[in-house]
Design a binder for this molecule. Structure first.
Ligand SMILES: NCCCC[C@H](NC(=O)[C@@H](N)CCCCN)C(=O)O
Length: 465
């Protein structure tokens, strides 16, 4: 009998098609994640939300992931049950959470109601229900993220791993860019702040169907790998994941440096994006209806650059150095944003472009570096633990910024379309973002040193010759 020399992943068309499908599912998830960011002003006008309520809602993304350990549980399920079951479940959870959020923002049945959350905090019922839906969605999109990372490693290990991860992130960021650029026009043209969420809901259902289609490819990949192993007498030595492996992951210094760099770096980017449209209005005097357009350039820039830097990492290596340079750019940009007299909108555009470069450098090198430190059977859990640490920042920093804005940064009030809203000075929030960048740089240095000591190969190319 003729021996099989190739598995499905050795066919370029198959691995790039698989990537395209799962990346699309992530695009739909990222669209919903950021769809409310440019609507902060409209939420204040149409639903009377204030900055703290907006901050509370935004931080809900991480509630269940962080406090109920849903992300870690998701990672363990991923390593135990595999990518098909976990990915499908995650996509269903995204749809469910978004349906609840849409209902909360569009219904009138919650009008005027206040609930005591945990018998302690009075909160508008509408804000709470929208946040609950977003928290459920947050579990789905984060577990989908780790699942897709593991899927990419499965198809691209020893091949164009960083390019593939870069392309997946680029596709996902198209979702972010679309959200930033389209949510205000959609809300205005369709007549209500809830309408962009409805558009997301439809997209998420399509994303779920796409992932369902992917599961057939995944089955074929497993079958071709099993056949290859059988015919070539390959003994699969990969051990099954054990819950005790978590101990191995969390006692690995290199893993910790990536996790801490990740939380610091991402906390200075994603939460910044939530307030960036408002920053454009308050600091740079940009019109409300156009305010989302400048921050939207950031994800647009990363769409081109993340795969480009990923490709460089695949071919030339220098992963740890790439993360260092990205952290430096982050400090520069937020430092400049915090200087009060630099308030021309052209400066805002230039800084967002530079931030786009930084935000392409770090992720393009960080995520493909994890499989160099952690074995594949523990990868789902390792990614989920990194996401878990990161989610503390994604949850805490927006709430912190919302609170800081309300407490220390209100400069006055103005009337927008007949409604009185606060105006803010963004210097203090931008200094907070700058400090996160400085800490990120320190951990990028520590990671580079640890790589040198342990020989993880972060500075080596990913493509095996
Ligand atoms: N294959 C790379 C996976 C990580 C991508 C990374 N995503 C995250 O860090 C998520 N935990 C947070 C997503 C928040 C979406 N606005 C990324 O760079 O997007």
């Amino acid at each position: 009998m003729e021996k099989i020399r190739q598995t499905l992943r050795d066919h370029a068309w198959a691995r790039w098609t698989a990537l395209g499908i799962v990346a699309f599912t992530m695009l739909t998830g990222y669209y919903l994640t950021d769809v409310m960011a440019p609507l902060k002003g409209l939420l204040e006008q149409q639903l009377s939300w204030d900055s703290s309520e907006y901050g509370f809602f935004t931080s809900a993304y991480g509630w269940f992931n962080v406090f109920l350990f849903m992300l870690i549980i998701g990672g363990i399920i991923l390593d135990k049950m595999g990518v098909r079951f976990t990915g499908l479940s995650a996509a269903v959870i995204m749809v469910l959470g978004t349906a609840i959020k849409y209902w909360a923002v569009s219904t009138h049945s919650l009008d005027g109601q206040t609930w005591n959350i945990l018998w302690l905090f009075p909160m508008k019922a509408q804000v709470f229900m929208a946040a609950l839906g977003y928290a459920i969605f947050g579990v789905g999109v984060e577990v989908a993220g780790i699942t897709v990372s593991k899927i990419i490693v499965k198809w691209f290990k020893g091949k164009e791993l960083a390019l593939a991860m870069g392309l997946e992130m680029a596709t996902a960021r198209m979702g972010t860019a679309l959200a930033l650029a389209t949510s205000v026009p959609l809300a205005k043209s369709l007549g209500h702040v809830s309408k962009p969420i409805l558009v997301c809901l439809i997209l998420l259902v399509i994303g779920l169907i796409a992932f369902f289609i992917y599961t057939f490819m995944d089955k074929k990949l497993d079958a071709s790998q099993a056949e290859f192993d059988k015919q070539n007498n390959v003994v699969n030595e990969e051990e099954e994941f054990k819950v005790s492996d978590i101990f191995k992951i969390v006692t690995n210094k290199g893993w910790w440096y990536i996790a801490i760099l990740c939380v610091l770096f991402y906390s200075a980017v994603f939460p910044f994006l939530k307030y960036a449209a408002d920053l454009m209005v308050n600091k740079f005097g940009v019109q409300e209806s156009l305010a989302g357009t400048i921050p939207a350039m950031l994800p647009f820039g990363t769409i081109l650059l993340t795969p480009l830097f990923g490709n460089i990492y695949d071919r030339k290596g220098k992963g740890a150095t790439i993360m260092l340079i990205g952290s430096l750019l982050l400090i520069f940009v937020h430092g400049m944003f915090s200087i009060p007299f630099l308030n021309h909108w052209i400066i805002a555009i230039i800084l967002i472009v530079i931030l786009g470069i930084g935000f392409s450098l770090v992720p393009s090198a960080m995520w493909p570096s994890v499989p160099k430190i952690i074995p594949e059977n523990q990868l789902g859990t390792a990614y989920s633990l990194i996401f878990w640490v990161q989610n503390w920042g994604l949850m805490g920093v927006p709430a912190l910024i919302g609170w800081v804005l309300d407490k220390y940064c209100v400069t006055g009030q103005k009337v927008v379309e007949g409604v009185t809203v606060n105006t803010y000075n963004y210097t203090l929030p931008m200094l907070i973002f700058t400090s996160l960048g400085v800490l990120a740089l320190i951990f990028a240095f520590l990671l580079k040193a640890e790589d040198k000591k342990k020989g993880y190969g972060l500075e080596l190319p990913n493509i095996e010759k």
